[in-house]
Ligand binder design. Structure first.
Ligand code: SAM
Length: 274
């Protein structure tokens, strides 16, 4: 497989579900997302965060690669549902993405929901946080109708957004006693960039830091291996459902062979290595 590393930070995306390709046909970036991505049991994850940070009054949740906000909104809704008033210490969630265009849409409160999103939001009684955007257009993506909605302020205010490249953030920011989430986006960074993310993150973490990746990062990147090689240890838990399936596209950060390391999506700093 030919891989080119001509990643362009300023690439303009024309749709949230669009992919950007390099000249060899490899996917350079993709904003694919939806509510309730099934690799995580979000209810259990919310409870787990509540327990892990029970003793802290305020907890920073850094959510990199947030795309259109579906993933961090899923977390916010579950934190509210499971922890009630105690969820407040996690807000606002610090959501960011490398793409200016997706962050702009999140800032404008715009989101496109498909039937499965709506079904899930109804199931958890969260549809009241959204209203139909009558001025927006219905888009079609692979036979899915994406319907335009506006995120109401009561939900939107629980998330603070910015444009950030996770590769820079791990060098510049401190993640001690915080949650670091970068899910399903590692593969759009080369293997050496993934290694650097893991190593820099380790330097800027402490024993309370919780690192979270996604199942597609296990299929399509070396995130789990590099995090363990950098000194993190995987946390075994039934929060990880393993319910997602692999998809065929080639990406710039795919490993040549499957890792021999055990696979996890949750990690913490192994203090034996310090
Ligand atoms: C496939 S989407 C996943 C979105 C969401 N986290 C989820 O799991 O559904 C990957 C996102 O990561 C972002 N991304 C890729 N590389 C990044 C980087 N170096 N820094 C920040 N965001 C990045 C992309 O722009 C994209 O929106």
């Amino acid at each position: 497989m030919k891989i080119s590393n001509n990643y362009n930070k300023n690439t303009n995306f024309t749709s949230l579900r669009m992919k950007t390709f390099d000249k060899f046909g490899n996917v350079i970036n993709c904003h694919y997302t939806n509510f309730n991505r099934e690799d995580i049991n979000w209810k259990k994850f919310a409870k787990f965060l509540g327990d892990r940070f029970e003793a802290q009054d305020k907890v920073k949740v850094n959510f990199f690669g947030c795309s259109d906000g579906s993933d961090p909104y899923t977390l916010i809704l579950n934190l509210i549902k499971e922890l009630g008033d105690k969820a407040r210490k996690f807000f606002p969630i610090l959501a960011s993405d490398i793409s200016e265009q997706v962050v702009k849409q999140v800032d404008e409160g715009k989101i496109q929901l498909h039937n499965k999103d709506i079904e899930y939001l109804k199931k958890i009684n969260a549809m009241d946080y959204f209203e139909r955007d009558n001025g927006g257009k219905i888009q079609t993506f692979k036979n899915l109708e994406l319907m335009p909605f506006i995120v109401k302020n009561s939900l939107k205010e629980k998330m603070q957004t910015s444009v950030k490249d996770v590769r820079d953030a791990v060098k510049e920011e401190n993640f001690s006693s915080s949650v670091f989430i970068f899910r399903n986006g590692w593969t759009f960074n080369t293997l050496s960039q993934q290694k650097e993310i893991a190593e820099n993150l380790y330097k800027n973490s402490d024993e309370k830091t919780l690192v979270t990746i996604g199942q597609s990062d296990l299929f399509k990147s070396n995130a789990s291996e590099y995090l363990q090689k950098s000194g993190f240890s995987g946390i075994k838990s039934d929060i990880f459902t393993e319910a997602e399936t692999d998809y065929p596209s080639k990406t710039v950060g795919m490993p040549i062979k499957k890792s021999d390391y055990p696979e996890f999506i949750l990690f913490e700093k192994d203090m034996k290595n310090v």
